[in-house]
Design a protein around this ligand. Structure first.
Ligand code: ADP
Ligand code: MG
Length: 187
C-alpha cells in the first residue's frame, strides 16, 4: 500500500498549501480561472455543465454561475454516489455530507444524457490528466460508468498543484483538460 500512503502524503501537502492561501490571493487566482473558462469554447458552447460549490479554499467558481448562458448542476452525495441537481444563485442550498452545500431535492435532477461538460475539483493533477481528490473516489466511480465516461471533463486547480506525475491506481481516470489560473491543458 505504498502508493496509497504516497497519495495521502501528497493530499495533505497540497491541502496544506491551499489552506495557507491568503483570501485575496485565493480570490484573485479564482477570478483568473473563471476568466480562462469564460473564454474557452468548450465551456461557452456547453449548455449543461456540472460543477461544485467551493469548500476548503477550492477555486471559487461562483462568478461563472451568475448571468450565465448555461444550466448548472451540483452534486448531492448519496451513499457512495453523487446525484446531480440544477441550481442557480438565489436557489436554496443545504449542508450535506463533508460540509458541502448542496441543492435541495426540490430542484430538477440532471441525468448524464443532458450533460455537456463536468468541472471537477482537484486537490492536485498531473500532466497526464490524472487527478488526486480527497480520497473518497466519488469522481472515479462516476467516470467508471459508461454513461459518464464519454463526457468531457475539466479538472480545476491552482497552478501550484499541477505536478509532473501522481501515483495512480487502476481505477483512476484521466480528465480531458485541466484549467489553472495560468493555463488550460488538453490531454
Ligand atoms: P481520489 O480519487 O478521491 O483521490 P482514490 O483514487 O484514492 O481517491 O480512491 C478512493 C477509493 O475509491 C479507493 O479506495 C477505491 O477503492 C474507491 N474507488 C475508486 N473507483 C472505484 C470504482 N470504480 N469502483 C469501486 N470503488 C472505487
Ligand atoms: Mg482517484
Amino acid at each position: 500500500m505504498v502508493e496509497t500512503q504516497t497519495k495521502n502524503q501528497l493530499r495533505s501537502q497540497f491541502l496544506k498549501t491551499r489552506s495557507q492561501l491568503k483570501r485575496d490571493d485565493w480570490q484573485s487566482k479564482s477570478t483568473l480561472i473563471c476568466q480562462n473558462l469564460q473564454s474557452f469554447s468548450v465551456l461557452t458552447q456547453a449548455k449543461t455543465v456540472l460543477a461544485y460549490l467551493s469548500i476548503q479554499n477550492e477555486p471559487n467558481l461562483h462568478q461563472l454561475f451568475t448571468n450565465s448562458q448555461q444550466i448548472w448542476g451540483f452534486p448531492r452525495c448519496v451513499g457512495q454516489q453523487m446525484t446531480w441537481w440544477e441550481w442557480k444563485p438565489g436557489d436554496p442550498l443545504q449542508t450535506g455530507r463533508y460540509g458541502i452545500l448542496e441543492p435541495t431535492t426540490d430542484a430538477n435532477i440532471i441525468t448524464p444524457n443532458q450533460v455537456d461538460l463536468i468541472l471537477v475539483p482537484c486537490v492536485a493533477c498531473d500532466r497526464r490528466g490524472y487527478r488526486l481528490g480527497y480520497g473518497g473516489g466519488y469522481y472515479d466511480r462516476m467516470f467508471a460508468s459508461p454513461e459518464w465516461q464519454t463526457i468531457p471533463s475539466i479538472g480545476i486547480l491552482f497552478d501550484f498543484a499541477l505536478l509532473h506525475e501522481l501515483p495512480i491506481e487502476p481505477w483512476d481516470r484521466q480528465l480531458t483538460y485541466v484549467c489553472t489560473e495560468r493555463q488550460i491543458i488538453r490531454f
